[in-house]
Design a protein around this ligand. Structure first.
Ligand SMILES: [Zn+2]
Ligand SMILES: [Zn+2]
Ligand SMILES: [Zn+2]
Length: 434
């Protein structure tokens, strides 16, 4: 730190760090950009990282994960908030009339895989965890009752009353099939609308589009819940209202129907019978309003918050598990360790290979995207990022850091390479170490 502070390049270095927004793991770029006038063949401007401190330009890592880089995750959270909110009240290219479209906030839960320690509150009072007067004792000698009123940060929250009775197989198989369950749910929703209106699916598409934005949230017990904004539009998306018969009540009924109608069957494997997995019985369907409890701001903030989290809040790792690692020595909760071990056990079975449980063991079996939206829901994260980049470029031109040039007559030549400042094991599959 002292040598950095006394370095003549310190102001430039500090300005680079400032411009990454305080990224914890900036990417180090090496390269150059040249602007050539195509008419006269003269070089208008040249930028090279050779003259930068340490010969690199630091750019933000742009992760969405708060556990890896809080400042970049904060940018991602803000973008997700704007994206979700635009789909509820308009803005960012979405007309304000979208606010009048039928729209619901839906939470789809996982079923129970065994009793876990929970903290329940009722009118500001904490209730006993899992009280059972005539509780049975399980075959492992554990009384299946817990009368403790757990604190909000109790470490046992989400952990099974008896880990040996807990259905770890069901838990990881549910996570693995949740994306498919969601896909079938959206299909069932469309089919329900087609049936209600007496149309074919193809004809329905000419009249109505179901748009959504959704996010996955890990419960402390290690299963995912999905929170989704589901909105009805006309055939071209948010610019046209849906037909008058497609009201909020009809949407709520269709959601109720679709949640209970869909199921996914996992293949049978040696020692693991085929299983039919469904959404949990407890699901929540609520209208989004401009005032009251569930405003568009509250919904957008809620979804954006979960978009920057992953399974690490369950006490697992936020990176892939390398085959050579010893699971027993990883610094994780025992409950997470057993969920990961179950992923690795099932992942080794040929019949279940399609679920890719080994690769996604650190996510406890879930390999879906954390936050997704349908094409017509609202703007895209890419469009929001492009707008920000353009704003920064304009600012650079205004402050003289970049020349003002005519894009039609100037050729921009770039040559870039990068090295991560701090190695984070990649999300994409890589070959194991030799
Ligand atoms: Zn970052
Ligand atoms: Zn308890
Ligand atoms: Zn037991």
């Amino acid at each position: 730190m002292i040598s950095r502070l006394h370095d003549p390049d310190y102001p430039r270095w500090a300005s680079q760090i400032h411009r990454t927004g305080g990224c914890r793991q900036p990417i180090h770029l090496r390269g150059k950009v040249e602007h050539w006038d195509t008419a006269t063949g003269t070089l208008l401007h040249r930028y090279s990282t050779r003259l930068e401190p340490d010969g690199v330009l630091r750019v933000p890592c742009k992760t969405r994960r708060a556990s890896r880089c809080p400042s970049c995750a904060e940018v991602y959270r803000g973008d997700t908030y704007q994206l979700v909110r635009a789909g509820l009240v308009g803005g960012k290219g979405v007309p304000e009339t979208v606010a009048a479209h039928p729209c619901l906030f839906v939470t789809l839960t996982a079923p129970s895989f065994g009793a876990v320690h929970t903290r329940r509150e009722k009118s500001d009072k904490v209730l006993p965890c899992h009280p059972r007067r005539d509780a049975e004792t399980c075959q492992h000698g554990q009384v299946m009752s817990c009368t403790t009123r757990h604190g909000a940060d109790a470490v046992c929250l989400g952990e099974p009353l008896c880990p040996d009775c807990y259905d770890y197989t069901g838990s990881v198989l549910f996570n693995a099939t949740a994306p498919e369950l969601w896909r079938r749910f959206t299909e069932a929703l469309r089919r329900r609308f087609a049936r209600l209106s007496g149309m074919t699916l193809k004809d329905l598409r000419e009249q109505l589009v179901v748009s959504f934005a959704k996010v996955a949230e890990y419960q402390r017990r290690g299963v995912v819940h999905l929170h989704a904004v589901i909105r009805l539009d006309g055939p071209t998306g948010p610019h046209l209202p849906p037909p008058s018969w497609a009201t909020g009540e009809v949407l709520a009924q269709a959601v109720q129907h679709a949640v209970s109608a869909v199921a996914v069957k996992t293949p049978a494997a040696p020692g693991v019978p085929a299983r039919v997995l469904r959404w949990g019985k407890q699901f929540d369907v609520r209208p989004i309003t401009m005032t009251g409890d569930l405003t568009e701001q509250a919904v957008a903030a809620y979804i954006a918050k979960y978009a920057t989290k992953a399974a690490e809040c369950v006490g697992t790792l936020d990176r892939r598990i390398v085959p050579t690692e010893d699971l027993a020595t990883l610094p994780i909760r025992d409950h997470a360790r057993r969920l990961i071990a179950e992923c690795l056990r099932l992942g080794a079975l040929d019949k279940l290979a399609d679920l890719r449980l080994t690769q996604w063991a650190h996510m406890l079996g879930f390999r879906g995207h954390f936050s997704t939206k349908s094409r017509r829901y609202s703007t895209t994260l890419g469009a929001l990022r492009a707008a920000r980049a353009e704003h920064q470029r304009d600012e650079a031109i205004t402050t003289g850091r970049l020349p003002l040039f005519d894009e039609d007559t100037v050729l921009v030549l770039t040559h870039w390479g990068s090295t991560p400042a701090r190695a984070t094991p990649p999300e994409t599959p890589s070959s194991p170490p030799p």
